[in-house]
Design a protein around this ligand. Structure first.
Ligand code: F3S
Length: 636
C-alpha cells in the first residue's frame, strides 16, 4: 500500500508566517496583552491553543475599539488602512502579519488610486481580505464577483481602470470576468494577484486524487479552501474522506486500497501534518494491524453481524479475523433457523471460545455467555431473596417449570402454593412470582419457592385484618371450603368459620346443600380468638324473636309446618328459627296416642298460641283450642 502526501499540504506561506508570528509574540509576552484582530487561522484547534497561551481574539471592530493598550496582531488577510490609523492614534503597538502577497495588492490599489485610476477588485465582497483591499483604494473603486456586477459599474469614459483580484479567487472565473470588463472598452490594466499557493495546492491535489484509490483531505470543516480541496478530490476519486484530525479517520475503510493520497487545507496545523507524515512512514497494513485489538480465549467482545446463514453467524469483532457463531453455540434449539433471529448489522456481545478455530476464524459463543449472564442474574436474585416474575413453561408431575433469562427454574408442588393443590394445570402459561430458594448451577439445580411469598403475604394480610377487625363487624368473604359442620370463609387473608348453627336463625340440615365454594357472603364477626374468627349469618336485625311479642302473641292463631315429632308432641316451625311445641294433649279434643298418628312432617297446620315465653324462647300451641272455639263460631 502506497501513501502519497501532497507537498503543498497544509499551511501556505502567508498563514504559516501569521501563526508563527502569534506564537513568537506570545513567547515574548511579559505583562503585555496580545490581541489578534480576527481569528488568525480557520482552525478552531489552533485558535484554542493560542488562547490557552494567552492570545485574545478580537472578533469585531467594537472589540478592537475597546482595546486601550497591548499589541494587536493583524492576520494574513490584512485590514483597511483606517484600522492602522485608528490603532496608531491610540498608540497601540501593531504587529503586521498581513501576507506579503496581500500587502502587495494593498500597495497596488493605493498607488493606482492615487494616480486617478478606478479600482476594480474581483473577489467576494464579504471576505475580510477583499474588504481590506477595498480600504486601501480611493473612493473610485468597486468589488465584483459576477458578470451582473460589471453591468452595474458606473465609470466615466475617460477614467483609467485597474483590475486586481482576491488572492484565493478562481483563476478561470477571474479570466472570464476580465474578458467582460475588457469588452467595455475601458483603458484598463489587469494585474493577476491570485496567489499561486492555492492554485498549486489544488493542481497537485487533483493530480494525486486522479491516481489514488482513496484520498484523505485534512482540514477544518469551516475552511473554504479545504472544502474546495475536498470537492476536487471527490470528483477525481470516489473514496475521499474529509477529516479534521487523525481521530476522524476510520482505517478499516482503507483496508483494501493500494494507493492513498493525502492533502491538507491551508489552515491545517503543523502537528496534524506531522501525524500525517508519520502515518505515511508506516504502512497502512501495519497501522491496521496496530489498530486491531488483541483478543484472548474467554474474553467477552462486542461485534457486528456481517453475515447470517441458517446455521452460522459471522461477526466483525474488530479483530483481524472475523468471528463465527455456530448454531449450537447460539441456542439449544437445533431446529432454529438463525436468519429468523439475527440480521446483518445487529450488534452482539459474545465470548471468545477459540482465537483461531484452525481455519483462521475466531470461534465465538453467544449461548454460553447468555447462560453465564443469566446465572449471574439468578445468583444475585438468590442472594438478595429477590422476587422474580416468570411464565410457567411446563407442568410436571412433581411441580412447575418456569424460565428466567433462559434458565429453567423448578418449583416443587409443595412450594407452589400455601395450600395443597392437587391439579397444577391451572398454572400453565401463567405468570407467577417466586424467590429462588436453592441455587446450584453446577448441578443444574435452581429451585423456586412461591409458597413462602404467599405465606408472607397472607401473614401480612392477617396482621392488617386483625388490626382492624372487631366483633360485631359485618364483612365480605368468599366460601373457601364447606364441611358437614360448617363453612370456611376467606375474609381476605384470614379464614373464618361459619358454624352450621350460625348459618341461619332456622335449622340447617347440611351446609353443603346451602353453600358452595366460591359463594360471596356478607357475614357477621361473632368472635375473635387469637387467629380464629367465628362468623355468623344470624344478624340481630333478622332475629325472628326480636318482635316475638307482636308476631307470636298469646291468643293469636298462626299457620306453621310440622318440623319434627316426638311422643309427647310435635314441633311446628312458625318462622325460620322459631319452633313451637304442640303438645300431644293439645292436638285434638279426641284422644291422640302419639302425634304421628294424626300429623306428618311437613304438614301445614293451624293452631292457637296458648303461651309465649320470650325469655326461654318457648311457644306453646293448641289445635284443640281452635276446635273448642269452633262451636261458638258456628253459633254466630
Ligand atoms: Fe498569502 Fe497566498 Fe496564503 S496570499 S495567505 S500565501 S494563500
Amino acid at each position: 500500500m502506497k501513501v502519497k502526501l501532497a507537498k503543498t499540504a497544509g499551511f501556505c506561506f502567508g498563514v504559516k508566517r501569521a501563526v508563527d508570528t502569534v506564537y513568537k509574540e506570545l513567547s515574548r509576552q511579559e505583562n503585555e496583552k496580545i490581541y489578534t484582530y480576527g481569528p488568525i487561522i480557520h482552525n478552531e484547534e489552533v485558535i484554542k491553543d493560542m488562547q490557552r497561551q494567552g492570545a485574545i481574539v478580537l472578533r469585531t471592530e467594537e472589540e478592537l475599539d475597546a482595546v486601550t493598550k497591548g499589541t494587536v496582531i493583524i492576520r494574513s488577510h490584512g485590514v483597511e488602512k483606517r484600522i492602522y490609523d485608528k490603532l496608531e492614534a491610540k498608540q497601540i503597538s501593531v504587529v503586521d502579519a498581513t501576507c506579503p502577497y496581500v500587502k502587495k495588492i494593498h500597495n497596488i490599489v493605493r498607488k493606482e488610486s492615487e494616480e486617478g485610476k478606478f479600482i476594480i477588485i474581483i473577489g467576494n465582497p464579504d471576505h475580510p481580505e477583499v474588504q481590506g483591499i477595498r480600504g486601501w483604494a480611493g473612493k473610485d473603486a468597486a468589488i465584483i464577483q459576477n458578470p451582473e456586477d460589471i453591468e452595474k459599474l458606473s465609470i466615466k469614459n475617460d477614467k483609467k481602470v485597474c483590475v486586481v483580484s482576491q488572492t484565493t479567487f478562481n483563476y478561470k472565473k477571474f479570466q472570464y470576468l476580465v474578458e467582460i470588463i475588457s469588452e467595455k472598452s475601458y483603458d484598463i490594466i489587469v494585474l493577476n494577484t491570485i496567489c499561486n499557493a492555492t492554485k498549486e495546492r489544488q493542481t497537485e491535489t487533483r493530480q494525486i486524487a486522479e491516481e489514488a484509490d482513496a484520498m484523505i483531505v485534512i482540514g477544518d470543516k469551516h475552511s473554504s479552501n479545504t472544502q474546495k480541496l475536498f470537492e476536487i478530490c471527490a470528483k477525481a476519486c470516489k473514496d475521499t474522506y474529509y477529516i479534521q484530525t487523525l481521530d476522524d479517520l476510520n482505517l478499516n475503510q482503507l483496508g483494501s486500497v493500494e494507493t492513498v493520497g493525502i492533502t491538507a487545507g491551508a489552515s491545517t496545523p503543523n502537528n496534524i501534518i506531522e501525524e500525517v507524515q508519520k502515518m505515511s512512514e508506516l504502512s497502512f497494513e501495519q497501522m491496521l494491524d496496530e489498530s486491531f485489538k488483541t483478543i484472548h480465549n474467554g474474553e467477552v467482545v462486542e461485534g457486528t453481524v456481517i453475515d447470517v446463514k441458517p446455521d452460522e453467524i459471522i461477526l466483525n469483532i474488530g479483530y483481524k479475523a472475523d468471528g463465527i457463531i455456530t448454531k449450537s453455540e447460539y441456542s439449544n434449539d437445533s431446529s432454529l433457523d438463525l436468519t429468523t433471529v439475527v440480521s446483518t448489522g445487529d450488534a452482539m456481545t459474545v465470548k471468545v471460545l477459540k482465537v483461531n478455530d484452525g481455519e483462521g476464524q475466531v470461534l465465538l459463543t453467544y449461548k454460553r455467555l447468555a447462560a453465564e449472564k443469566s446465572n449471574e442474574r439468578l445468583k444475585e436474585a438468590f442472594e438478595n431473596k429477590e422476587v422474580l416474575k416468570a411464565t410457567v413453561t411446563q407442568i410436571l408431575g412433581g411441580g412447575l417449570c418456569a424460565e428466567v433469562e433462559g434458565v429453567r427454574v423448578f418449583i416443587p408442588a409443595s412450594l407452589v402454593s400455601d395450600s395443597y393443590e392437587k391439579d397444577l394445570s391451572k398454572y400453565d402459561s401463567k405468570e407467577i412470582e417466586f424467590v429462588i430458594s436453592e441455587f446450584n448451577p453446577r448441578r443444574n439445580r435452581v429451585i423456586g419457592d412461591r409458597r413462602q411469598l404467599l405465606v408472607a403475604e397472607r401473614a401480612e394480610k392477617q396482621k392488617e385484618l386483625f388490626a382492624r377487625l372487631q366483633v360485631g363487624d359485618t364483612i365480605e368473604g368468599v366460601v373457601k371450603n364447606v364441611t358437614d359442620f360448617g363453612a370456611f370463609v376467606d375474609l381476605g387473608g384470614v379464614d373464618g368459620l361459619l358454624h352450621i348453627s350460625e348459618m341461619s336463625w332456622g335449622r340447617v340440615e347440611n351446609p353443603k346443600k346451602v353453600f358452595k365454594v366460591g359463594d360471596n357472603l356478607k357475614v357477621l364477626v361473632k368472635d375473635i380468638n387469637d387467629t380464629k374468627v367465628a362468623l355468623s349469618l344470624k344478624f340481630p336485625e333478622t332475629n325472628p324473636w326480636a318482635h316475638a311479642s307482636e308476631d307470636f302473641a298469646a291468643g293469636s292463631v298462626i299457620t306453621g309446618k310440622v318440623a319434627r315429632m316426638t311422643d309427647f308432641g310435635a314441633f311446628v316451625e312458625l318462622a325460620p328459627g322459631v319452633d313451637a311445641l304442640l303438645h300431644v294433649s293439645q292436638i285434638s279434643r279426641a284422644h291422640v296416642d302419639k302425634p304421628s298418628d294424626v300429623l306428618s312432617i311437613g304438614q301445614e297446620i293451624q293452631a292457637k298460641i296458648v303461651d309465649l315465653n320470650e325469655a326461654e324462647k318457648k311457644i306453646s300451641l293448641s289445635m284443640k283450642a281452635l276446635e273448642m272455639a269452633e262451636p261458638a263460631g258456628d253459633a254466630q
